[in-house]
Write a protein that binds this ligand. Structure first.
Ligand code: SF4
Ligand code: SF4
Length: 335
């Protein structure tokens, strides 16, 4: 497992590292996913107004369901699993066991958390096993954090917990990257430089400034200013999605979602994390059957990406895949 130093985990076109899948999409129209999100619980100790899992109310995922998915996903060439939500993954009673199960199955794992809950055993296991943990901070003071996360008085506790993850990592030989995610919108753009400075002081490896899904407030000037605070051990990254800020999508199909599965707490799959209501499954019908099902294929056929909100997570991959699959001819003449 490698922690990055100078390199940037947020560069676009990382899909090019999985050429076999790109060729499958070009030739067959689909592929087995490289990465997956798993929502272990819909419960959360925060109440973000923009939460993707806000309306989900399923009971916590049974560990057998999680194991079944992990086994099937790994068998079909899955590489990485992200514990996210839905709800706050650390609230699931068997989080540590499922995390370790995924590592034992050979998957790289990562954890996205709101950072509010501190549990020494959970933290040690994350630092030992995960490629990275990223805390969704999304505020630069109590007021902005409360507005973004729907709960009051948590900002300083989250900052303290981020520092604890950094110290825990630094006290071991762990290569786990500790990062911060920062959603940019009118309420948070004024704090981009300030929070970047504070996160550098905490000793995190990076801060990633990224768009709130569908929000078109433009933070690029502030992000550029914040990049001046980067050091050899501290990356200041702006989402690659901002490269598409000024233009409309030109891809109609969302081929990108074939690269990543999203297993919801209910045991059903979301078409993408942005369109949580567009589902297929359930997993109980069998991982391979569900992923290759007519229902999944018709969901892909029926989503017109031109009508999706801007700046979604598969923007760069979709851009690439649309050109390769739908626009290119004479494929053997590259230049
Ligand atoms: S912290 Fe995450 S899971 Fe919890 S309400 Fe906010 S967006 Fe949703
Ligand atoms: S284009 Fe983006 S928002 Fe639309 S379905 Fe694909 S991943 Fe989801």
């Amino acid at each position: 497992m490698e922690r990055f130093d100078q390199n940037n985990p947020f560069v676009p076109y990382k899909a090019l590292g999985h050429l076999d899948r790109i060729v499958d999409i070009r030739d067959k129209g689909w592929c087995w996913p490289v990465c997956a999100d798993i929502w272990l619980t819909d419960r959360c100790n925060h109440a973000c107004p923009e939460c993707a899992g806000f309306r989900e109310v399923s009971p916590d995922m049974d560990p057998h369901t999680a194991h079944k998915f992990i086994d099937g996903f790994a068998e079909t060439g899955g590489k990485s699993l992200t514990f996210t939500g839905g709800g706050e993954p650390l609230l699931h009673g068997q989080f540590v066991e499922i995390l370790r199960y995924a590592r034992a199955a050979g998957l790289d794992v990562s954890v996205l958390t709101n950072g509010d809950l501190w549990d020494e055993r959970i933290a040690r296991n994350i630092i030992e096993h995960a490629t990275y943990i990223r805390v969704s901070l999304d505020g630069y003071n109590e007021e902005s954090h409360a507005k973004m996360h729907g709960v009051k008085g948590r900002f300083h506790r989250v900052m303290t917990n981020i520092l604890k993850y950094v110290e825990l990592r630094n006290d071991t030989d762990s290569r786990c990257a500790v990062g911060v995610g920062y959603l940019c919108c009118a309420d948070t753009i004024p704090g981009i430089v300030r929070i970047t400075q504070e996160c550098r002081s905490l000793g995190v490896d990076y801060i990633h400034h990224r768009p709130l899904y569908g929000n078109t407030d433009d933070p690029r000037c502030a992000i550029e200013a914040a990049k001046g605070l980067a050091t050899d051990g501290f990356l200041v990254a702006g989402s690659s999605k901002y490269a598409h800020f000024d233009g409309r999508r030109h891809h109609h199909r969302c081929y990108g979602q074939w690269l990543g599965a999203v297993l919801k707490t209910s045991g059903r799959f979301a078409f993408c994390c942005c369109l949580g209501g567009t589902e297929f499954g359930p997993l109980s019908e069998g991982w391979q059957d569900v992923w290759t099902s007519d229902r999944h294929h018709s969901a892909v056929d029926n989503v017109n990406a031109m009508y999706c909100k801007p700046l979604c997570r598969w923007q760069a991959a979709n851009d690439l895949l649309w050109r390769v699959k739908e626009e290119a001819c004479h494929p053997n003449f590259i230049a």
